[in-house]
Design a protein around this ligand. Structure first.
Ligand code: ATP
Ligand code: MG
Length: 496
């Protein structure tokens, strides 16, 4: 996948076309089951769960001065920092000077990590204004003209696609209310959660026509009927957001084609927004969709640049009202991530890891440095850890079946205990092979692979006459394994 292609064509517009009758084609089940979006909270850093925000009012006594990171989102745009009611002023007094962050205060430390946590929704989506406006304008035009249409939103992982389209939906609901226009009925589907690709049609039918049933028709045929005959569909527009749409790819791509075709039926009310990583999906499917006269408008989310990453990080940290990072440290992180992938999740991970480097330094009694803020050096260590860790490199360069075995171990050890029998690991390994459709190796080879992993110091294998009852222990941290596989969809599926 490359991101250097020219911006995709904007040629498509809400279109209407009388279709031929479309037959239901053989269904197929998506083989992959999880999205990166779903893995948003997965992190190699142990302290992952965002703590509950504390109300500034709950902070008492001298702690009050140090209580940060508990403001509501409206602070994040920075505009309210100077207002008399700003939480910062409440907490730090009327002084115009920036309060100092105290990394020794666990609450402040937690607040800083939380601000950088993926599960913490940002108050604003910065750096995606242009893309969001294009989606909003498109949807508004469809709604105002009661016209169906389709959009295809694509871009590399962690470029804010899901986040931006979520914000667009919120915006459209507010806008239609303000304008006194009937708001669209919205259905958001993460295609990874579908049990079969054609389930998308039954979900649409249930959402938009929960009561109607026509015997001997599939949900797709039913939708086609509704959108082909006058007076069948209600006047309300339907916004369908199909996230991780590449999961709908079948051998003959029929589900994707049928889905987009629904927007071209003469009485269609569908505004379809498909979201996917694959830039090449556009190349592969657009020509066909074009020939079917249902080519969607394509909006590409380019990988974040260094300046954009920096801006997003700064915006996230603004809620704290004080400096947690040296600006050179943040810039360094933004530069490295932009050069590597432009995936904002990586930048958040590295920044949280840099905070932990500082935390460890403060815990170390031999460390004499007077560290009060995350410095360039802390960031350097965090970046090295994430990019150059020898262990991570070893794990990444293992043969695939050994990597899958490690995933099986993570799955078992994440839930409970820290040692198990080889037979149980083998069962977990077989489950993964089945769900990811890779051919499993036999038991003897499996035991050999476990021995090879033990030889590399990744696990400990106790002696036992029977292979199946040999006890296994992980010798590395679960987080090292999840980190090594981070961003690789296949292994993220294995780890679920
Ligand atoms: N512009 C932004 N401003 C603030 N936070 C952002 C921005 N873009 C992304 N994020 C953060 O990064 C996370 C990942 O973004 P998102 O899920 O939208 O990526 P995506 O492009 O959909 O990735 P994928 O292709 O893997 O599904 C979001 O949950 C959000 O916390
Ligand atoms: Mg997404």
């Amino acid at each position: 996948m490359t991101m250097n292609r020219s911006p995709a064509s904007l040629g498509g517009s809400p279109a209407a076309k009388v279709p031929g009758e479309t037959k239901t084609r053989a269904d197929s089940t998506p083989s992959r089951k999880r999205s990166r979006s779903d893995c948003a909270s997965e992190s190699p850093i142990k302290d992952q769960q965002p703590a509950k925000r504390r109300s500034p009012r709950r902070c008492n006594g001298d702690r009050e001065e140090n209580c940060i990171g508990n403001h509501n989102g409206s602070l994040a745009n920075g505009k309210q920092l100077g207002s008399p009611k700003s939480p910062r002023k409440r907490l730090f007094g009327p002084s115009n000077q920036k309060p100092k962050w105290n990394p020794r205060d666990p609450a402040q430390m937690q607040a800083a990590k939380q601000a950088l946590h993926l599960a913490t929704p940002p108050a604003n989506v910065v750096c995606r204004e242009v893309e969001q406006k294009r989606v909003i304008d498109f949807c508004k035009a469809c709604i105002q003209q009661s016209k169906a249409g389709s959009l295809y939103v694509c871009g590399c992982p962690g470029t804010g696609k899901t986040l931006s389209i979520g914000k667009v939906q919120e915006h459209l609901l507010v806008w239609s209310k303000e304008e006194g226009i009937q708001s669209p009925d919205i259905l958001t589907i993460n295609c990874t959660s579908l049990t079969s690709t054609t389930e998308i049609f039954s979900k649409m039918l249930v959402k938009f026509r929960p009561t109607s049933k026509i015997k001997n028709f599939s949900p797709l045929q039913h939708l086609q009927k509704i959108f082909s005959q006058k007076g069948q569909s209600s006047g309300r527009m339907m916004l369908i957001v199909a996230d991780e749409m590449d999961y709908l790819i079948t051998k003959d791509s029929s589900v994707l084609h049928d889905l987009f075709m629904l927007t071209t039926l003469p009485f269609s009310r569908c505004i379809l927004i498909g979201i996917a990583n694959a830039i090449d999906l556009a190349d592969r499917f657009l020509p066909k969709l074009e020939s079917l006269n249902c080519k969607p408008v394509v909006i590409t989310f380019r990988a974040y640049s260094k300046d954009q990453i920096l801006k997003i990080l700064q915006q996230r940290l603004m809620v704290l009202g004080c400096d947690v990072f040296q600006s050179a440290a943040l810039e360094f992180c933004a530069r490295k991530v932009a050069a590597a992938s432009g995936d904002i999740r990586r930048a958040f991970d590295i920044c949280r890891s840099a905070i932990e480097v500082l935390e460890a330094e403060l815990r170390d009694p031999t460390e004499k440095k007077e560290t009060e803020i995350v410095s360039f050096d802390h960031m350097d260590i965090a970046i090295s850890k994430s990019c150059k860790s020898p262990l991570v490199n070893i794990i990444r360069s293992l043969p695939q079946h050994q990597q899958v075995i490690l995933c099986s171990l993570v799955r078992l050890f994440r839930q409970r205990k820290n040692s198990t029998a080889l037979g149980e690991i083998n069962r977990s390994y077989l489950d993964i092979c089945k769900s990811t459709q890779i051919r499993p190796i036999g038991m003897t080879e499996f035991a050999d692979m476990c021995r090879a992993l033990a030889d590399q110091g990744l696990l400990e294998l106790a002696n036992s006459r029977k292979d199946r009852s040999k006890k296994i222990k992980l010798k590395v941290d679960v987080s090292d394994i999840t980190f090594a596989f981070k961003g690789i969809r296949f292994f993220q599926n294995c780890l679920e």
